[in-house]
Design a protein around this ligand. Structure first.
Ligand code: EPZ
Length: 453
């Protein structure tokens, strides 16, 4: 159980204004764009900084909602989190007052669960809310909990909270997952860095963000290696030290802008976007017939005009890295709506991640849903403006893509979902020549959404 002291709880998630995107379609994108730091790396790096009492400095951190919520959650634990300038965070977890991660944080940002491993490893106890599901699926965390138990933790679940304790110290062990889990792998790595003894994790996720986390932890003095592509070995240390790290580029943002250029008939060069991080997505682009040139860390795309039917239909299936990222499934579906023929889409990772296609269909895409994991897309479809609703951030960004290729104007409700994970996305599109504006949702009092929206 937690400390006897009464809970003091002041987490007030920043209110999120309800907003819309208004997009005028039909304009090819041209220019150069520097890709921002990765959301799915930055959130874990912030959590990793709690493994030491020494100051850590992270640069190239994306200015996005989820990072602000993570920073707020850490501050409420008593962690010192400074934000001295844009894209820079400094963290010092000398001591913490409370080891309590509330529902308010978890409801706003599922990745708050990544705090389980580091807080358990460093402080020996934590009470953390079950983040629950979201618009793309149930999102269980059972594999994270089993991994902690494999390292000697005692974890009870009551009323939506996990009460976790590690009497003494976590001890190294065998963490064997029944399926690849990105954050499950990351929680196990974080916990193992301070455990007594050696930990083997397999099958370990191979996403580039996991290797970025490993690189940061090594700078902190952790002893970690990938003994095989899907096996990670961690030799626990007594303590870790402060370190500095630059967040790697966001491969999902890169893939999103590749599709933006491809379907508007534009020419765009993405900077700081290594092609190899796109995994199987590169192969899909080649099969579809998108002209892509890879530089050392640039991607050049030359698109075909909307509705020109220049692209070929292909069958795709999402998979763990280096397979086709499930986060790139929505942008890829927009591309396939412009391909000639029928494409079959198999979403293998999440059970509700194809639901968003109903919104794409409202813009004129020809979509057939066979079941929650399978859909067919017939193209090329002339997309037209419509009023559509965003459910999750990757589908939201993809509806902007569709609107860019559509004839007429599209209003996209729920823009706040996209701001969770893409830094200044409308400004990035504007700088490439698109007509995208972000406005308060008409009719809401100052456009403010309830905090848990
Ligand atoms: C990470 O989520 C990413 N989020 C997701 O990005 C990404 O889509 C996903 O990995 C897959 O690549 C962050 O890194 C913050 P998983 P994660 O554990 O780790 C099942 C975005 O838009 N599973 O790899 O939560 C799970 O249901 C987000 O940025 C369990 O059954 O995903 C899924 O079917 C969306 N039990 C599969 O494993 C568990 O305990 C893979 O999920 C954990 C997962």
């Amino acid at each position: 159980m937690a400390d006897a002291r009464p809970f003091h709880w002041e987490f007030t998630p920043p209110a999120v204004p309800r907003e819309i995107f208004r997009v005028e379609g039909g304009r090819p994108l041209h220019g150069r764009l520097a890709v921002s730091g990765s959301k799915n790396a930055a959130l874990k790096l912030l959590a990793a900084a709690t493994l030491t009492g020494e100051r850590c400095r992270l640069t190239n951190v994306p200015e996005i909602e989820d990072v602000r919520v993570m920073a707020e959650t850490l501050r409420d634990l008593g962690v010192v989190v400074d934000h001295p300038e844009a894209n820079v965070y400094e963290i010092a977890s000398g001591d913490v007052d409370w080891l309590f991660v509330p529902l308010e944080a978890a409801a706003r940002m599922r990745a708050s669960f990544i705090l389980l491993g580091p807080l358990l490893a460093r402080f020996g106890r934590v009470i953390i809310s079950n983040p629950g599901g979201d618009r793309i699926g149930r999102r269980p965390v059972n594999l994270h909990v089993e991994a902690m138990r494999a390292l000697g933790a005692q974890i009870d679940y009551r009323n939506g909270y996990y009460f976790a304790r590690a009497p003494g110290r976590l001890r190294g062990g065998e963490v064997v997952f029944p399926t690849v889990t990105v954050m499950g792998t990351e929680n196990a790595i974080l916990a193992a860095t301070l455990a007594e003894g050696t930990t083997h994790i397999r099958p370990a996720a191979q996403e580039p963000e996991v290797d970025d986390l490993i690189a940061f932890l090594r700078k902190m003095g952790a002893d970690i290696e990938r003994a095989a592509p899907d096996t990670i070995v961690v030799r626990g240390q007594r303590r870790l030290r402060g370190a500095e790290h630059r967040v790697l580029p966001d491969r999902i943002e890169a893939g999103t802008f590749v599709v933006a250029a491809a379907i508007t008939g534009g020419e765009v060069t993405l900077e700081g976007a290594p092609c190899e991080h796109l995994g199987a997505f590169l192969g899909v682009l080649a099969e579809v017939g998108v002209a892509v040139a890879c530089g050392r860390d640039t991607i050049e795309v030359r698109g075909a005009p909307p509705g020109s039917g220049a692209y070929r239909a292909v069958d795709i299936a999402t998979d763990a890295y280096p397979g086709l990222a499930t986060d790139l499934q929505p942008p890829t579906c927009v591309l396939l709506s412009q391909a000639s023929g029928t494409s079959r889409v198999h979403e293998t990772i999440f059970e509700d991640r194809l639901e968003w296609l109903a919104e794409l269909a409202r813009m004129g895409a020809a979509v057939e849903m066979a079941d929650p994991h399978h859909a067919a897309i017939h193209g090329p479809a002339r997309l037209h403006g419509a009023d559509v609703e965003i459910g999750d951030l990757r589908a939201g960004a993809s509806l902007i893509l569709a609107a860019l290729a559509a004839e007429g104007t599209t209003t996209i409700h729920g823009a706040h979902h996209v701001r969770r994970g893409y830094e200044n996305i409308e400004r990035k599109f504007q700088e490439l020549g698109a007509r995208v504006t972000r406005l308060p949702e008409p009719g809401t009092a100052e456009g403010m959404a309830p905090p848990t929206s």
